[in-house]
Design a protein around this ligand. Structure first.
Ligand code: ADP
Length: 177
């Protein structure tokens, strides 16, 4: 069960994460950090060249880890790039890797004094993670981190379409006392 005071810090909205005004937005990147399709492409297009230049210097990111750059032209000051797992059948470490991607993004935010951040539905696009399972892992991992770190005030999941919003809502409703 997630305590009520922790649930208050988790928001679910439908929208385009590139327009978010939280201090940081999380990017569902790939291990090269050199951009791609989906939310990754949208963030690089909206944020401009500065983000890509920093990503090139960083030189990549293993699955489950996270790296931080400027937000470039975005409203968000920072982009936290993380790499979710490609879904095969759920028996190849995918749940742990997806939890790590959320956990490590959150921890990087804490280390950088960030108090509000937005996540997309990591791995649920091209990487094929079933939405409801991904939602359970994402919300579970973030709730644990919020319990451990009181500095972060808001974690907003920005879901691109109604189906994703519904899945995350159902999971969040299921864990309320
Ligand atoms: P992955 O490779 O991790 O699966 P994708 O970018 O393909 O990443 O998809 C991750 C999720 O991001 C999907 O649910 C997709 O619908 C969503 N998405 C795509 N563009 C945006 C956007 N601009 N803002 C928020 N979510 C987005």
């Amino acid at each position: 069960m997630i305590p009520k005071e922790i649930l208050k810090k988790i928001e679910l909205v439908q929208g385009d994460i590139t327009r978010e005004e939280t201090e940081a937005i999380v990017n569902a990147a790939n291990t090269s950090l050199l951009g791609g399709g989906g939310v990754d492409g949208a963030i690089h297009r909206a944020g401009g060249r500065a983000i890509l230049e920093e990503c090139k210097k960083i030189g990549g990111c293993p699955t489950g880890e996270a790296r931080i750059t400027t937000g470039g032209n975005l409203k968000a000051k920072y982009v936290i790039h993380t790499v979710g797992p490609v879904y095969r059948d759920g028996n190849h470490g995918e749940p742990e890797l997806l939890a790590n991607a959320h956990r490590n993004s959150f921890r990087l935010a804490v280390e950088n004094g960030i108090e509000s951040l937005s996540f997309p539905a990591i791995s649920t696009g091209v990487y094929g993670y079933p939405l409801r399972e991904a939602a359970k892992i994402a919300i579970g991992a973030i709730a644990k981190e919020l319990e451990a770190n009181s500095s972060v005030q808001l974690v907003r999941f920005v879901l691109f379409d109604q189906t994703a919003l519904d899945a995350y809502n159902e999971v969040l409703d299921g864990v309320v006392d």
